[in-house]
Structure formats: C-alpha cells, structure tokens
Design a protein around this ligand. Structure first.
Ligand code: LIP
Length: 303
C-alpha cells in the first residue's frame, strides 16, 4: 500500500537537485561550446554531454539511497529499464529540461525530479540554477518556491474566460506537417478568435508547469510532451491548486460528452497536458471546456 510520507525522498531530491544545478550552472557560464548530439534526423531534439553526465550521476545517487525504486531518465529511457511506468515507486528525471535553452544560454533551464507511486506524482522538485529558483511539492502538503507557498501571485484573481488568459505552450520536436500544422492552427485560433492575452514558450515543459503554479501564467498545454518533462511539474501544479488534464479532455470531446472528473488520475505516459492555474473551480471548469473546443488534437503514440 502506498505510504503518505515521502519527506525522505523530498529531502534527498532537493539535495541532489542542488548538486545537479551546480554542474548545470557551471557548464552554462563556461565559455566552452557544449558537446551536442542529435536524437533525431532533423537536429531538433538535442542532448549534450552535461545532460548525460547529470543523469548518470542522479541515477547512481538515487539508486544508492532508494535501491528498490525504479528509475526513468530522459537520456537513458531507451536503456534496459525502458520507460514503462508501473505501480512501483518510480523516480522520473529530466537532467536538463530546456536543453536547447541551455545550448543557447537562454536562462530557462532546470533539473526536474519526480517521484511517482501507484502512477500518482507524489513529490516534485524542479531547480533552475540560473535564476536560482527551487520549486518543491509533496502530495497533500502544498507547493513552494524557495520556501514561499504557491501560488505566489494572483491568488484572488478569478479567470472569467480564456480571453483573459496568458497561455504557455511549446513548439515541440515534431516538425512534420501532420505534427506541427494542427499546433499552428490552434495558436492562430487562440490569438485571433479568442483574443487571448498572450502567448509564451518557456522552452521547457517543467518550467511551464512552475510558471503556472506560481501564478505567472494561466494555462499551459502541450501535445507530445514526455513524462520526464512534467512528472515533477504535475505534482507542483496540483499542490498549488491548479488542475491538470490529459487525453480525457480530447476523448470526451470526441464522444460528445463534456464532463471530465476533476479527480481523474493524470496519465503521465499519455503525452498530453492541459493545465489551468489556481482559480475558483467553476472558472477552471469553464476554461477547460473552452480549451477542449479550441485545441486541435494530434494522435501521438503513448510512452
Ligand atoms: C523539451 C520539453 C518541451 C518540449 C521540447 C523539449 P528537453 O525538453 O521540455 O516541453 O516542447 O520539445 O522536448 O529536450 O529540453 O529536455
């Protein structure tokens, strides 16, 4: 049976996020060009020697502290352990979320560490060592940034409609017309038909989650996202009072229903996220319905 206290993991996660952050920060400010490899044939999905080094280090340290926990890391997900998620406690790590940002020295770069038990994200630790922002969450105990409870901002501001929302999303790695054209049609509708307040791309799903949890954005959605980008972030969003939905937003629309349970477990391997910041429930529900009508679905293989 799942336990309810994961503070031992949270403490180790914070300690290791700071160690990883030190390595990332040093490499970020070093004058040398990162060693870059491409994971696809279009040079879009990139990995650096620092990503690989940090992931190997985190894997080794976590294995020493929590030997029975499974480990899924972005850079080793193709290895023997694979990336299948079971009920077992599983540590999900993105050693550098925002690798392209890291390469270009755009300061939205972080290490993301999540603990998932019974497929529920129970701990999230995200550290941006460039901006020195540490986000943490423990299930049922709230979310924090550098010790201050989230949301930091706009706690009492309702969200009357999508047109009032600052929206974040990502271009993602799929640049084929079937993968990208639906995304650009959605953006066009959001900006023209809806006249949303604005659009932001942080370049890292984990940072999109933190920006929403702190109250700096109102909506984050992405199709094609991976579990290591959002495992920690989903815990942080939920503990800040935000909502996260996945495939159910799209499948219920296809079936003509328009009711999604707020208590539905979030499918981390479904590669879709629609998140709405802390706001009165009826506002969150309205925004979810509006997003379900506007975001064009894309079929992506599950992880
Ligand atoms: C990034 C994700 C982002 C996605 C990018 C990229 P990386 O992760 O955080 O959500 O849109 O294409 O995959 O590769 O920087 O760790």
């Amino acid at each position: 049976m799942a336990k309810s206290d994961y503070s031992d993991f949270l403490n180790v996660g914070i300690e290791l996020a700071r160690v990883a952050g030190g390595i990332i920060r040093e490499a970020f400010y070093s004058g040398s060009l990162p060693t870059i490899e491409s994971k696809d044939d279009r040079d879009v999905d990139l990995v650096t020697a620092t990503d690989k080094y940090v992931e190997a280090l985190l894997r080794e340290k976590f294995k020493a502290e929590f030997p029975s926990y499974k480990f899924i890391g972005e850079e080793s997900s193709a290895s023997s352990e694979g990336s299948s998620l079971t009920q077992e406690p599983t540590i999900i790590v993105d050693p550098i979320d925002g690798t392209t940002n890291f390469i270009h020295r755009f300061p939205f770069v972080c290490v993301s560490i999540g603990l998932v038990v019974d497929k529920i994200p129970v701990v999230g630790v995200i550290f941006n060592p460039i901006l020195d922002e540490l986000y943490t969450a423990h299930i049922n105990r709230g979310a924090y940034m550098n010790g201050s409870r989230l949301p930091l901002f706009r706690k009492n501001e309702p969200l009357p409609s999508l047109s009032h929302c600052l929206i974040s999303t990502e271009a993602g790695n799929d640049r084929t017309s079937t993968g990208f054209d639906p995304k650009s049609r959605t953006l066009s509708k959001l900006m023209t038909d809806i006249n949303a307040r604005g659009l932001r791309c942080a370049g890292a799903g984990a940072i999109d989650c933190c920006l929403l949890a702190r109250g700096s954005t109102d909506v984050y959605y992405e199709i094609g996202v991976r579990a290591w980008d959002i495992s920690a972030g989903v815990c942080i969003i939920r503990e800040s009072g935000g909502m996260c939905f996945g495939e159910e937003v799209f499948s219920q629309r296809r079936s003509g229903e328009n009711t999604v349970s707020f208590d539905e477990p979030f499918d981390l391997m479904g590669r879709k996220i629609v998140a709405i910041r802390f706001a009165p429930k009826e506002n969150q529900e309205l925004i979810r319905r509006q997003l379900a009508d506007i975001i064009e679905d894309i079929i992506v293989p599950r992880d």
